[in-house]
Write a protein that binds this ligand. Structure first.
Ligand SMILES: Nc1ncnc2c1ncn2[C@@H]1O[C@H](COP(=O)(O)OP(=O)(O)OP(=O)(O)O)[C@@H](O)[C@H]1O
Ligand SMILES: Nc1ncnc2c1ncn2[C@@H]1O[C@H](COP(=O)(O)O)[C@@H](O)[C@H]1O
Length: 369
C-alpha cells in the first residue's frame, strides 16, 4: 500500500507484467511495419516511461517525438483537454504511431485526432499500453492495446495523482474502501499488552481484540470453544491454530466498520500471522506494524504472580504454569517477529518503566507510521 497526497493505492500491475505488455506491443508493431521508419509520438506527460521503454526495445530504426496534453484534474478526467506542446516537426507522408500510456474516456485521443486532422501523414495508428473499455466513449479505432484494465484510477509508470506517482516502476490502483490502521501488540505474557491496549484503543480509535480475553469470556460462559480452550490455557499451552484463527476471524467480522484493529495475543504462530495477512487482504487492508514490548523474564514472572492475586486467572496463580507460558512464548511465538521483520514491520519498544512512559513510547512509534 502506498499513500499519495490524501489517497491510498494498492499494488495492481507489477513491473514484470508491464514489461510483458510493452514487449507484446513492440513485437506487433515491428511485425506490421517491417523496414519502414515510423515516427513514434508519445503523449506527455503520462507516456514518458512507456515511450522510453518501448523505443529502447523497438528492434529497428525509428524516430521519437512528443506532444504534451493535459486532461486529468485529481482523479477525474477533465472535459477540457489543454494542448501544452503541439507537433514540432513536419510529418507529411510519414507513418505515425501514437504512444499513449492509457486510454480511458478517449477525450485525449479525440484531441490527438484533431491535431493530426490537417497533417498529411501517410498512416496514423494508435498504440496504448493500458485501455479501460468500460470508460471509453469514442469511436476512434485503437490499433494496438497492451492490456485492458477495469475502470479504476491508477498511478505509476508515468501516471500520476496530482503529480505524484509517475516515477513508480509498477502500477497501483486507488483504494476505495476505508483506510484502516492495524497493529499487532506483541510480547511475552505480562509484557503489558493488555494494559497499553486500553489506552491505545481510545487514543487511535482502534478495536482491541485480545484472543486471551475472548477465550476467557468463552470459558466463563461455558461454551464449547471455552471448554476446548480451557484444557490448553490451564497448562499454559497454545490453543490449536485453526480454532484460534476461526475465532479471530469471527471477532474481526463482528467489527466490520472498524477504522482499525489492535491485535493483542494474536498472532502467536507463523500460521496465525499468515492467516491474519489473508484476512486483512480480504478487507483490502494490511497489518501496518508489529510493536513488541520487551521486558526481562524475572520482571514478567513477578508481574504475573502479582496479577494472579486479583485476576482470578488460573494460569497466573501457579509459577510453574507462568514459566511454561514463557517457555511456549520463546519456543513457539517469538519467531513470529521474524515474519514481520521480513516485511519491515517489526518495531521493538522497551516495556519497562511507568505505564504512562510506555504509552508515550508506543504513541511515538504509532504516530510515525
Ligand atoms: N509498565 C508496567 N510496570 C509494572 N507493571 C505493569 C506494567 N504494565 C503492566 N503491568 C502489570 O503487569 C501485569 C501484566 O500486564 P498485562 O495484563 O497488560 O500484560 P499482557 O502482556 O497483556 O499479559 P498476557 O499476555 O498474559 O495477558 C498486570 O498486572 C499489569 O498491571
Ligand atoms: N493466538 C493464540 N494462539 C493460541 N493460544 C492462544 C492465543 N491467544 C491466547 N491463547 C491462549 O490463551 C492464553 C492466555 O492468553 P493471554 O494473551 O496471555 O491472555 C494463552 O496462554 C493461550 O493458552
Amino acid at each position: 500500500m502506498i499513500k499519495l497526497h490524501d489517497k491510498y493505492f494498492k499494488p495492481f500491475i507489477s513491473a514484470k507484467d508491464i514489461e510483458t505488455a510493452v514487449d507484446k506491443l513492440v513485437a506487433e508493431i515491428a511485425n506490421d511495419f517491417g523496414d519502414e521508419i515510423p515516427v513514434f509520438v508519445g503523449i506527455l506527460n503520462g507516456s514518458f516511461m512507456f515511450a522510453s521503454d518501448f523505443v529502447k526495445k523497438y528492434p529497428k530504426p525509428c524516430e521519437v517525438t512528443f506532444i504534451k496534453l493535459a486532461s486529468y484534474e485529481g482523479v477525474k478526467s477533465s472535459e477540457d483537454i489543454q494542448r501544452l506542446i503541439g507537433l514540432t516537426q513536419d510529418l507529411t507522408g510519414r507513418t505515425v504511431i501514437i504512444l499513449e500510456d492509457i486510454i480511458d474516456t478517449g477525450k485525449t485521443l479525440e484531441e490527438v485526432h484533431r491535431i493530426f486532422k490537417n497533417e498529411k501523414v501517410n498512416t496514423l495508428k494508435i498504440a496504448t499500453l493500458f485501455y479501460k473499455p468500460e470508460a471509453y466513449k469514442k469511436d476512434f479505432k485503437l490499433h494496438y492495446i497492451g492490456m485492458e484494465i477495469p475502470n479504476k484510477f491508477i498511478v505509476g509508470y508515468g501516471l500520476d495523482y496530482d503529480n505524484l506517482g509517475r516515477d513508480l516502476p509498477e502500477v497501483y490502483q486507488i483504494k476505495e474502501t476505508q483506510h484502516m490502521t492495524n497493529l499487532v501488540l506483541f510480547g511475552p505474557p505480562g509484557a503489558g499488552k493488555g494494559t497499553q491496549a486500553n489506552f491505545l484503543k481510545e487514543k487511535y480509535n482502534l478495536v482491541h481484540i485480545s484472543t486471551g480475553d475472548v477465550f476467557r469470556y468463552n470459558i466463563k460462559n461455558e461454551t464449547a470453544l471455552g471448554t476446548l480452550a480451557k484444557s490448553y490455557i490451564d497448562k499454559g499451552a497454545l490453543v490449536p491454530d485453526q480454532v484460534t484463527i476461526d475465532m479471530l476471524n469471527a471477532e474481526v467480522e463482528k467489527n466490520a466498520d472498524a477504522s482499525g484493529f489492535l491485535f493483542d495475543g494474536f498472532p502467536r504462530t507463523t500460521a496465525q500471522a499468515k492467516a491474519l495477512d489473508e484476512l486483512m487482504d480480504t478487507k483490502d487492508s494490511q497489518i501496518n506494524a508489529m510493536i513488541a514490548l520487551e521486558v526481562e523474564d524475572e520482571v514478567l514472572v513477578q508481574r504475573l504472580l502479582e496479577r494472579g492475586k486479583t485476576s482470578g486467572r488460573a494460569d497466573d496463580a501457579d509459577e510453574g504454569v507462568i514459566r511454561n507460558r514463557l517457555k511456549v512464548y520463546y519456543d513457539e511465538t517469538a519467531i513470529v517477529a521474524d515474519y514481520y521483520t521480513a516485511q519491515n514491520k517489526f518495531i521493538a519498544v522497551d516495556g519497562v518503566g511507568s505505564i504512562e512512559e510506555i504509552t508515550e513510547r508506543l504513541s511515538t512509534v504509532i504516530d510515525k507510521l
